[in-house]
Ligand binder design. Structure first.
Ligand code: F6P
Length: 323
């Protein structure tokens, strides 16, 4: 492979810049031409493509967001959109793609790769940690740290006022952010989609009197139709149990911002180098993953399968450590 395009797509995640940098430098190191594609698939269609040199990615490793910009492209969902995207690749002589993004972006990558027989390698760039076949994703660690720091602050006011706080975090339909930030911040519980299907977690918490021995409580909630979200849960408690002084905090997009942690920068750098390596090994339609600290190749089909299981061991850790 002599030339490769790199793009970021879907929700941004801290560490995406470190990944762009690593892909660019590894490509150039291996005598490839590297093209930066702006605004994700949308830019591939509207031809927002620029050749990158090593210094095009200088001074970005420490920055959150993505210097390539990102978008969720409706046009790329259409055959016509993908045809134009393919023609633009041909025009620039781009033979392969590295797509950095979450499940939606990798789903698009898989369709495109099959349709035009293009070598595409994906990097898991999402704070949600909702992809299969990898222990973690680029941006997840930074988001966890951001949530943990916010929780430490909320705890100060929660204890001062002896209040019950519901704190809503991102993750879409995946409870990893809520569960692990609950452990890291010493919260009482995490209400997550994976368990909401099995049982009424709020009813259980109420039955236990939240935390009997303590006068303040913090409960993490994953934004999701399955959990109902923090607002709904708080309303339910307010109505049925007026003895609790309830407040809600929705952390929102601040969870996606900020300078990436060392762990995310290192992960993104390793994965970026691995993406170029995978292309040189004629790997196709795979996402780079990490398992037991080793780089692995995960077929797109498996990576985007929506059945990521939550760690029962982590659930147990939270349950035991919050008694
Ligand atoms: O996938 C990342 C994520 O932040 C999810 O956790 C969240 O549901 C979604 O993106 C929000 O998307 P947007 O920024 O487009 O509102």
């Amino acid at each position: 492979i002599k030339s490769v395009g790199v793009l970021t797509s879907g929700g941004d995640a801290p560490g995406m810049n470190a990944a762009i940098r690593a892909v660019t430098r590894a490509g150039i190191f291996n005598n490839m031409k590297v093209y930066g594609i702006y605004r994700g698939y949308r830019g591939l269609i509207s031809d927002e493509i620029m050749e990158f040199k090593t210094n095009s990615v200088s001074n970005i490793i420490q920055q959150g967001g993505t210097m390539l910009k990102t978008a969720r492209s409706a046009d790329f969902m259409t055959e016509e959109g993908r045809r134009i995207a393919y023609e633009n690749m041909q025009k620039h002589g781009i033979e392969a793609l590295v797509v950095i993004g979450g499940d939606g972006s990798l789903t698009g990558a898989a369709i495109f790769a099959n349709e035009y027989n293009i070598p595409v390698v994906g990097l898991p760039g999402t704070i949600d940690n909702d992809l299969n076949g990898t222990d973690t994703t680029i941006g997840y660690d930074t988001a966890l740290n951001t949530i943990m720091q916010s929780m430490d602050k909320i705890r100060d006011t929660a204890t001062s006022h002896e209040r019950l706080f519901f704190i809503e975090v991102m993750g879409r339909n995946c409870g990893y952010l809520a569960l692990n930030s609950a452990i890291a911040s010493g919260a009482e519980a995490a209400i997550i989609p994976e368990i909401s299907i099995e049982k009424d977690q709020l009813a259980e918490l109420i039955e236990q009197g939240f935390r009997k021995s303590k006068n303040s409580s913090m409960v993490l909630v994953t934004e999701s139709e399955v959990t109902g979200g923090a607002m709904k849960l708080a309303e339910r408690v307010k109505k049925e149990y007026p003895q609790y002084d309830v407040r809600v905090s929705i952390l929102g997009h601040l969870q996606r911002g900020g300078s990436p942690t060392a762990q995310d920068r290192i992960l993104a750098s390793r994965m970026g180098v691995a993406a170029i390596q995978a292309l040189m090994e004629y790997q196709r339609n795979v996402m780079i993953g990490i398992r037991e600290n080793e780089i692995v190749y995960v077929p797109f089909k498996r990576a985007i399968k929506k059945d990521r299981e939550i760690s029962r061991e982590m659930l147990e850790v939270l349950r035991i450590s919050s008694i």
